[in-house]
Ligand binder design. Structure first.
Ligand code: G7M
Length: 313
């Protein structure tokens, strides 16, 4: 058989695939596998979305908004906006294929955060934290970087998206969809809980005294997610905090365990809330905190922390 006749035979077989069922899908890596029949035999199709074409001609299309029909805004908060969009073919309008996050005006920190960069493992001792990292964190809390958080807490932005709120000033928090989530695809459910109290910049400020509060918050988040989305049971939701987070106002991520969230969910970045609580519990006294222990985590080489603290060590 010649190469071209074998190819056309395989294409013909592929086209005669009769779907039996979906075997698997992954919202993070944008993949699905399908079981089907070709005649009487089983066949599997694994489908993956291809990478973006980043040739200059295609990138130039972003200058012509008419190429992005059906641009629907999903949310907006301060300088952050997020959209769903389709290419110009009318059929696609029913099923948008691109989700955009639009940051405008963007700062130098945003540009660095979204740029390709090498990663480094760093070990932050309690002393390093006290002397260099904590002052850095404090410096980022001014100048509007937390505006979007305060807008949510004051019900000035995204109020209609709040899934649950405990309004207590000290105990309370707001649970709402993370801007990363399209708010439709349940297998990639991605929520966040922003606490009302403003005295916790990160994991480092949690003390043993906070354990009962953290337990209550964890339970309330899990039950609120399950009440809003009854497809989930509480052990299908992963609760974690980031160290380092991008924003220094304490928040907890609540994500469907079926979702592959990439680097943000890996060791070196995500600290499971349950383990944070048990680590705090094992500390010697009520004032002991995460500020007293060494933490190892991943940093991008373009991040301000790498540039200003760890690179020079
Ligand atoms: O833990 P870390 O600081 O890296 O996470 C911050 C999270 O906040 C990320 O998952 C962002 O997608 C999410 N996020 C950031 N901004 C600016 C917004 C926003 O304006 N609205 C909502 N809902 N989530 C946001």
């Amino acid at each position: 058989m010649t190469e071209s006749s074998s190819e056309s035979k395989q294409i013909e077989a592929f086209r005669s695939f009769k779907l039996v069922r979906l075997l698997n899908e992954d919202t993070g890596t944008k993949f699905m596998s399908l079981l089907g029949k070709i005649g009487s035999q089983d066949a599997i199709i694994v489908a993956e979305k291809t990478a973006f074409n980043t040739s200059p001609e295609i990138l130039a299309k972003f200058q012509e908004p008419s190429n992005l029909s059906a641009l629907t805004m999903l949310g907006q908060n301060d300088i952050y906006h997020w959209f769903l969009a389709s290419h110009s073919e009318p059929d696609n309008e029913k099923r948008p294929e691109i989700k955009f996050t639009f940051i405008y005006p963007a700062t130098e920190t945003h540009i660095k955060k979204y740029s390709r960069q090498s990663l480094r493992m760093v070990t932050e001792t309690p002393q390093l934290y006290r002397e260099l990292v904590k002052p850095y964190m404090e410096s980022t809390r001014v100048g509007g970087r937390l505006n979007w958080v305060y807008n949510i807490l004051a019900h000035q932005s995204e109020a209609e998206k709040i899934v649950f709120e405990d309004t207590d000033e000290h105990e309370g928090f707001i649970l709402l969809p993370d801007l990363k989530w399209d708010r439709k695809t349940l297998t990639s459910l991605y929520m966040m809980a922003l606490v009302h109290r403003k005295d916790i910049m990160s994991l480092r400020d949690l003390t043993k005294k906070d354990v009962p509060w953290l337990r209550r918050v964890g339970h309330k988040i899990a039950s609120a997610v399950c009440e809003a989305y009854p497809e989930f049971e509480s052990n299908q939701i992963k609760l974690y905090v980031h160290y380092q987070p991008s924003y220094y106002h304490f928040h907890i991520h609540a994500v469907a365990i079926s979702h592959d969230g990439g680097l943000g969910q890996t060791a070196g970045k995500a600290f499971l809330l349950g383990n944070v609580i048990s680590q705090l519990e094992s500390m010697p006294n009520e004032e002991s905190s995460f500020a007293d222990i060494e933490l190892t985590y991943v940093l991008g080489e373009d991040s301000e922390l790498w540039q200003t603290v760890f690179k020079n060590l």
